[in-house]
Design a protein around this ligand. Sequence first.
Ligand code: URP
Ligand code: ZN
Ligand code: ZN
Length: 458
Amino acid sequence: MKLFRGGDIVSAAGLTRADLIVEGEKIQAIGAPGSIDTRAVDEVIDASGTFVMPGLIDPHLHLNSPFMGTTTVHDYPRGTAAAAFGGVTTIIDFSTQPKGGSLLANIAQKEEEARDAYIDWSVSGILLDAGPQTLAELPQLVSAGFPTYKCFTTYKHSGRLMDDEGMLTLLEATSRNQGMLMVHCENDTIIERRVRMEIQAGHFAPIFHARSRPASAEVIAIRRVIDLMREVPAPVYIVHVSSAQSVALIEEARSEGLPIHCETCTHYLALTESRLEGPQGQLYICSPPLREQKDVDRLWRAVASGSVEVVSSDDAGVSPEDNYRIGAGRFDKVPSGLSGIESRLAILYSEGVARQRIGLAKLVELAAQNPARLFGMYPQKGILAPGSDADILVYDPSPEWTMTAKDLHMNTNFCAFDGWKIKGRVRSVMSRGSFVIRDGRLVGKAGAGKRVFRRISL
Ligand code: URP
Ligand code: ZN
Ligand code: ZN
């Protein structure tokens, strides 16, 4: 048995100074300091002066994922180790259905890729069609513990766009099968038209990525999903919400009673499109693009109020070399995506908690409890409570440091938050009772991570 002694335990309800006992893979007890029977304890971890939180859950990232002529930089061992350094104990990756092919077969391949995971994992399917094979596979997918899957309203050029009929079919299947449909919302027609116009005008610079994917394209796509949900209500999760107007639209739909959920990502809470005009502008291209300060401010208010329920990383970076080689000076050719699997907590804490935009309890809600609930892992994960998995994050709020790529463990020499002043640091991370990070060092084993069986009831 292990005893975490004297830390401030953080739950969505607040902070309590307490002792916490781990037995095997589970939390056995939590109680006031000195109040728990510790006779069977064989290891004491001094947690005084630290925040003890549930291990974080990142429900949106792309490991080893082919995209626009290259592959994202993180595979399972590198990605899950970097995630653990950032306080994460469970990730949800994506498994893309081959065009006209079987998603289940692709998931079997992901099981192989995930053999070297340091922390627990699952995948959401990416659906490219809503045809008979997909519909036949969806219930099997849900009963196999993969109840979330995603479709796109853009990327027509790579065969990903889901049309209205497909979306309605997926909504029907979602309501029948107890699933949740994730949707990437950007209107493809607007984007394609604007890209053509910018290229014709000789505008190739990174900022034109943002100009060709305006907030209005996101808003129109979300509105369309909402209209389709009015036709067929089913749980929907809008991924990477980036704009103030989108938040307002989602709030309105929810007040009507529609089962709509959403996330934003670390980068939309911290960066603006001005980065695209800086010296490394091209490396900041992501979709949807970074927006304006008013959007950043609105998103913070929305995470604080609960309108935006989750903050994910959408880690999807490719190597800077591939970014420049494939982009070749054209914004529309750049494989979009940022690497942020490790930096989410540092930014949420420093920009959110330390700047009093959110409290610690809210941070835990956004990065652990809500992802666990929405993605079907609660209360096994996402909370520190007797009987839950001993996925534990110990955060020391004292250190102050400056983030650079070389201080991180991500498989890239580009860090979108390079030079940011960070408050606090992950001291230790435990996954199902075993340390993955101990006193800032990786001590876990590749292969220790297990697949989490997920079941949702929304
Ligand atoms: O720019 C991004 N987000 N790239 C990854 C693919 C996606 O749309 O999530
Ligand atoms: Zn997306
Ligand atoms: Zn994504």
